[in-house]
Write a protein of this length. Structure first.
Length: 154
């Protein structure tokens, strides 16, 4: 099975993993995964459904704009669940957040996956941007994002 049509060309490790930020080329990951078997697993095993997976522009402190949320909603709606998602050896979702979200929204109990036994080396590494580190530290400490005074209800 060929890789799904991609909008995202790169995927990075979640900031919770700590520095450095590891970055993989999604097209290369799919090439490496070509011979991996497709299996079905319970959707409840997809831990990434419980983490922040998308970030907006740093100028908005990583928060998504309504337009960005709508773009993700459109991609979730258009996601093809016949294509498996791609998992790391530890279960990190290398590719397929929109497919996983669609499966959850449809109330499915299982999802098709290809899973690496050993993670490929990242294509590059870099320091975690300060704005992303700050958001992650707040989430870990409080369990949620801090709402700025200008964003609070009146």
């Amino acid at each position: 099975m060929s890789a799904p049509r991609h909008h995202v060309e790169y995927v990075s490790s979640p900031p919770e993993w700590g520095p450095p930020l590891r970055i993989w080329d999604v097209h290369r990951l799919w090439q490496l995964a070509e011979e991996l078997p497709i299996i079905e697993i319970p959707l409840s095993e997809i831990q990434d459904l419980e983490r922040v997976g998308w970030y907006g522009d740093p100028i908005a402190y990583g928060r998504l704009t309504i337009r960005e949320v709508a773009a993700h909603a459109k991609r979730i709606n258009e996601a093809n669940l016949a294509h498996p998602i791609l998992l790391s050896a530890s279960g990190f979702l290398f590719d397929g957040l929109h497919r996983a979200a669609k499966a959850w929204m449809e109330g499915r109990s299982c999802i098709l996956v290809k899973r690496f036994a050993v993670d490929p080396e990242p294509d590059r590494v870099r320091p975690i941007p300060e704005w992303l580190t700050s958001l992650s530290e707040k989430r870990l400490a409080t369990g949620c994002d801090e709402i700025s005074p200008s964003m609070s209800p009146r």
